[in-house]
Design a protein around this ligand. Structure first.
Ligand code: ZN
Length: 279
């Protein structure tokens, strides 16, 4: 048996919920990095940073249920504010208040990290074209998340625009300016640019879509694997399913051996998040 970790997955009680964790386990999965859902997908309207607690309590609650169950999967929680939140907030409350609410939401996430209920902060910047003022505000929000992670001695997961070497270097520079080592930064939904990431110091969570993991393995082993499964009852087939990471891993073990997957599924997440992956 080898450890098999999905570096970025969402579960929703209105979707498959714990059943998805069971499917993951039955396919051979052992550890989940469970990320909070965007507030709007839970129907929560932000009027104060404290409102993010409703979103975070939901993620923490699902992780607790998994960890107390006999499913055989360990769930770790990552909490934060989805960068696309800024567009929704700007329309409703204006840019200045939007930035304030998002920074406040990250601070609330930080409290949960401090209390040991979460292992990392999720932040980033929009993956789509936005105006210069929204872009600048988003970069300030992301830098705040990084500074918070530095203070808490935890990792950040970033949701950003599609990356190339320049984008990776820019993200690493913002991390350094915020006092956070790039070695504690995970680019979520990453492309298999394993060498670029390794050179620059950020960790990629490579999206396990067709061919990407093979490409990653041909260039190195300093990456993690993820589905970004969203467990949305209205879009059941929209993304990779919860069984994807264990299935791909088991298929690829035949070709690449087990050793490399101990690095991908155990050593790498242990190093970047400061957690223990125990079978
Ligand atoms: Zn996600």
């Amino acid at each position: 048996m080898i450890p098999i970790t999905d570096n970025h997955i969402h579960l929703d009680r209105r979707g498959k919920g714990l059943l998805a964790a069971k499917e993951f386990a039955n396919a051979g999965g052992t550890h989940l990095i469970l990320v909070s859902k965007p507030s709007w997908t839970l129907g929560v309207t932000m009027t104060s940073p404290e409102d993010y607690k409703l979103v975070f309590d939901e993620t923490i609650g699902i992780a607790r249920e998994i960890n107390r169950s006999d499913i055989g999967v360990t769930a770790f929680v990552v909490l934060g504010v989805h960068p696309a939140e800024i567009t929704r907030l700007v329309d409703r409350v204006g840019l200045a208040r939007a930035e304030e609410l998002m920074i406040g939401g990250l601070d609330v996430a930080g409290q949960f990290v401090c209390e040991g209920d979460a292992i990392a902060i999720k932040t980033g910047r929009p993956h789509y074209e936005v105006g210069g003022d929204v872009w600048d505000a988003s970069n300030r929000v992301m830098a705040h998340g990084m500074a918070l992670a530095r203070d808490l001695d935890c990792a950040v997961q970033l949701h950003t625009e599609a990356e190339d070497a320049l984008v990776i270097a820019d993200l690493a520079a913002i991390a350094r300016e915020s006092g956070l080592s790039p070695g504690r930064v995970v680019k979520h939904h990453a492309q298999p640019l394993v060498r670029d990431f390794e050179e620059i110091g950020i960790f990629p969570g490579v999206h396990a879509g067709k061919g990407a993991i093979e490409t990653a393995l041909l260039t190195g082993d300093r990456f993690m694997m993820e589905t970004d499964y969203i467990d949305d009852p209205e879009r059941p087939g929209a993304v990779l399913g919860p069984k994807t990471v264990p299935r791909r891993t088991r298929q690829l073990v035949d070709r690449f051996g087990e050793e490399v997957f101990w690095k991908v599924h155990k050593e790498n997440p242990e190093q970047v998040y400061g957690i223990e992956i125990v079978l």
